[in-house]
Design a protein around this ligand. Structure first.
Ligand SMILES: Cc1cc2nc3c(=O)[nH]c(=O)nc-3n(C[C@H](O)[C@H](O)[C@H](O)COP(=O)(O)O)c2cc1C
Length: 371
């Protein structure tokens, strides 16, 4: 990898530009970015020499990273469909993190690219990045050339980006803004590279853009830690419980489930009846729960309706009970006690005071999954 293109613009800086306040900020960043590039380049050649069998370049990848000049650069289809790695990268540091995650998990990977490639001229690129961040602050997202139809099959979506002026790089902000609905309820693991800045601001960017996702602990590698990628990434993946091995199949007989909403998880125990077993067989399931009767129930309509074979009818619902209202075929989770009805069928109960998570009249995105 040549670092010359990144060094060249420095020699041509003129003092008038340097003295402007925005350029002072830029000058502060330049040493960080150069350091990141140098260490990234060293990490790359170290890895290449180590012969550890991990991929160094994605099929069709190029030295510039996802700079938009090769439409399929970085896109890989893996054998493990439980994970997806999405990333954007300009000089290749985040791209190498993405490749290491992808090859460790043997999963799919997609590069998020700007519709218009970033300028080769370094200062022009910095100006554009700042202008795009300013535009995003006004609600105007720069166009990207990447979209994904569905994330349904993935347990965890890994999202990687460089830090730009403390924020998530703009192409990934656009991607999250475009796909917020599809990512609701998903487990998202952020990873980032920077000169030295932390991920706090970019994590807040992500939480604002996809408020209904479940964010895992994120990973940052800086210019001084990029060289440790080969050990840091497997450790991080292990802490997330992500591996290329088949996950232990959930105990088919278990009646215990997790209910995840707004980044919090509560547990529930399902009944041992036909409708509950049909419900369990559909997990993981992501739905939007709507209010019914002014905070009394949270409901959704399974499609197709749950089978009622071998299921006793009638119950007196208590707060936390998961039921079916037979005439309409909807699932109704009771947020408060309610009188007995022959039309209600109990299929489970949220443990302890977990029902507090669903209280209120707001609709909410919820994921049900087996434990
Ligand atoms: C426009 C721009 C802004 C940047 N802002 C920061 C910053 O605020 N803090 C920092 O530590 N590094 C900053 N950097 C450095 C990059 O985050 C760092 O070099 C990163 O590893 C680049 O990742 P990439 O190779 O995947 O593009 C910035 C780089 C660019 C191009």
């Amino acid at each position: 990898m040549s670092i010359l293109p990144n060094l060249m613009p420095l020699y041509f800086c003129d003092m008038e530009r340097i003295n402007k306040p925005e350029n002072m900020k830029r000058l502060f960043l330049i040493p960080l970015m150069l350091l990141a590039t140098l260490v990234g380049a060293m990490a790359c050649s170290e890895d290449a020499l180590s012969g550890d069998g991990q991929e160094q370049t994605a099929p069709g990848g190029n030295e510039e990273g996802g700079n938009g000049d090769n439409e399929d650069a970085g896109n890989v289809e893996g054998n493990n469909d439980r994970y997806l790695v999405l990333y954007c990268s300009r000089t290749g540091n985040t791209e190498r993190m993405a490749q290491t995650i992808r090859s460790t998990l043997d999963c799919d990977m997609i590069v998020v690219e700007p519709e218009t490639p970033y300028e080769d001229d370094y200062n022009a690129m910095l100006d554009r990045a700042q202008a795009e961040l300013d535009a995003i602050a006004q609600g105007n997202y720069p166009a990207i050339a990447t979209s994904v139809e569905s994330f349904d099959e993935y347990d965890i979506v890994f999202i990687g980006y460089p830090i730009w002026y403390s924020h998530m790089a703009t192409p990934m902000q656009t991607f999250l803004n475009d796909h917020a609905g599809l990512l609701a309820g998903k487990r998202i693991a952020l990873f980032a590279s920077s000169g030295s800045s932390g991920t706090g601001t970019s994590e807040r960017d992500a939480a604002t853009l996809v408020p209904d996702a479940v964010f895992e602990e994120s990973l940052l590698l800086t210019s001084s830690t990029l060289g440790n990628m080969a050990t840091r990434i497997p450790q991080w993946l292990e802490s997330l419980g992500a591996s290329r091995e088949e996950a232990d199949a959930p105990d088919a007989a278990s009646l215990n489930i997790n209910i995840i909403a707004g980044g919090q998880t509560v547990t529930a125990t399902m009944e041992d009846n036909g409708a509950a077993r049909d419900f369990l067989s559909r997990l993981p399931l992501e739905v939007t729960l709507e209010d019914y009767n002014n905070g009394t129930e949270k409901i959704f309509y399974p499609d197709p309706e749950l089978s009622l074979e071998e299921t006793p009818r009638g119950c007196e619902p208590h707060a936390g009970d998961i039921t079916i209202y037979e005439p309409w075929g909807n699932v109704a989770i009771f947020c408060r006690d309610w009188p007995e009805s022959n039309s209600l069928i109990k299929i489970g109960h949220i443990d302890g005071d977990g029902i507090n998570l669903l209280q209120g009249t707001e609709s909410m995105n919820v994921r049900f999954e087996r434990q």
